[in-house]
Design a protein around this ligand. Structure first.
Ligand SMILES: Cc1ncc(COP(=O)(O)O)c(C=O)c1O
Length: 384
């Protein structure tokens, strides 16, 4: 019912609008022509989110390969075993691995598993767990509370963590028990191994567990060019929510416990949280496709490379201001309202409400150089 469609939330690009010069009655009657028109006149790839991108050929092929005959359900299949083993190979350690449907569930359940209801979780003030998970971490944590910390470029610091822990130690305050960081961060920056080791040491000093939201972990590792172990368990990370979706898997994130004691009974928590997939092989098989032969890092490297190109091109447009260092696959820019609207009107999709504000231009595994160049040239026209 057209009259009852939900309005767009602020910051979201408008829905695809009417085709100029085409009368409504004709448009309705000519659905296929309308779709064809849109296909040839609108950009095919956008910069709103890496969630807009499709599935990588490798993940897709593994999915098809898994779609033969029968296999045991609920994760007792060879694909899930293989995917977990590949994750252990990637991290070079015998970690415990659980697959869930999405990042909100991965973060919320991992945090809930690391706390009691009277505990608190220290996070950055723009962390996804705070801003974009609809209160799920507190819901699944039965009341455990997020405590928000400031920090430049979307990052926590050891000093900030210590200050938050020591601010109050009385019985009336929710006891800090976990520190969580996002790698790469919500504003497109990347924690270095040294920064993570320093946070890990501070966490250890104050008996905090160390959680990492790695929705874009692949982009961070590709950017740093380090071994995944250096930015996880060797830095003191207890549990990582390893993102698959944004890197080109259709659905699914892996909760990876380096602290294996902490993993005890997580399978029950995931089941209770509605996150145990019955046909699990279709969640785990794409991981096999992505983790074989470093495919996950190749795709993340492409997304990062496109973000660097975007940074270079849009920073040369007069009046455009880059807001944060471009270290992974996102570029944040400050644009005037009229330019934002002109770009949306041209069909480009991007958000202007994420992180600390500004427009987020997110590159994906399938972003091509021509997409970036075409966006930058439209932006130059919109800014003129
Ligand atoms: C930093 C971060 N963490 C986690 C997620 C996962 O969220 P979702 O529940 O939408 O998969 C996202 C997705 O946007 C994200 O950007």
């Amino acid at each position: 019912m057209p009259g009852r469609r939900r309005p767009r939330a602020p910051g979201h690009p408008p829905r695809l609008g009417p085709i100029p010069g085409v009368r409504r009655r004709w448009r309705v009657a000519a659905g296929p022509f309308r779709r064809l028109h849109e296909a040839v006149t609108r950009p095919a790839r956008h910069f709103a989110s890496d969630n807009y991108a499709g599935i990588t050929p490798e993940a897709w092929a593994a999915l098809a390969e898994a779609n033969t005959d029968h296999a045991p359900a609920y994760g007792n299949d060879p694909w899930t075993q293989r995917a977990a083993d590949l994750i252990r190979e990637v991290f070079e350690t015998p970690c415990e691995v659980f697959f869930v449907f999405n990042g909100t569930a991965a973060n919320s359940l991992a945090l809930a598993h690391s706390t009691q209801s009277y505990h608190s979780v220290l996070c950055h003030e723009v962390a996804h767990v705070e801003k974009d998970e609809c209160g799920a971490p507190e819901f699944f944590g039965n009341g455990s509370k997020l405590l928000l910390l400031p920090g430049e470029n979307g990052k926590l610091t050891p000093a900030g963590i210590e200050e938050a822990v020591l601010r109050r130690t009385d019985i009336h305050y929710p006891k800090p028990r976990v520190v969580t960081v996002t790698q790469s961060t919500e504003v497109g920056t990347v924690y270095t191994p040294a920064e993570l080791r320093a946070i890990g040491a501070m966490a250890k000093k104050h008996r905090l567990r160390f959680h990492m939201d790695g929705a874009r972990f692949a982009n961070a590792v590709a950017a740093l060019g380090c071994a995944p172990r250096e930015v996880t368990w060797q830095a003191g990370v207890d549990v990582l929510c390893f993102g698959g979706t944004k890197n080109g898997i259709h659905v699914g994130e892996a909760v990876v416990f380096f602290n294996r004691e902490l993993a005890a009974e997580f399978d029950y928590r995931a089941k209770q949280g509605g996150q145990l997939c019955s046909k699990m092989r279709f969640v785990s098989a794409p991981w096999v496709g992505m983790l074989r032969e470093g495919t996950w890092l190749r795709h993340a490297t492409q997304a990062n490379r496109m973000a660097r190109l975007m940074h270079e091109l849009v920073s040369a447009v007069p009046g455009v201001r880059i807001l944060f260092p471009t270290e992974a696959n996102a570029v944040f820019v400050d644009l005037p309202k009229r330019a934002i609207e002109a770009m949306w009107a041209k069909g480009w999709m991007f958000y202007n409400f994420i992180g600390e504000g500004g427009c987020r231009l997110m590159c994906s595994w399938d972003t091509r150089e021509e997409d970036v160049r075409s966006f930058a040239s439209d932006l130059a026209a919109a800014m003129a």
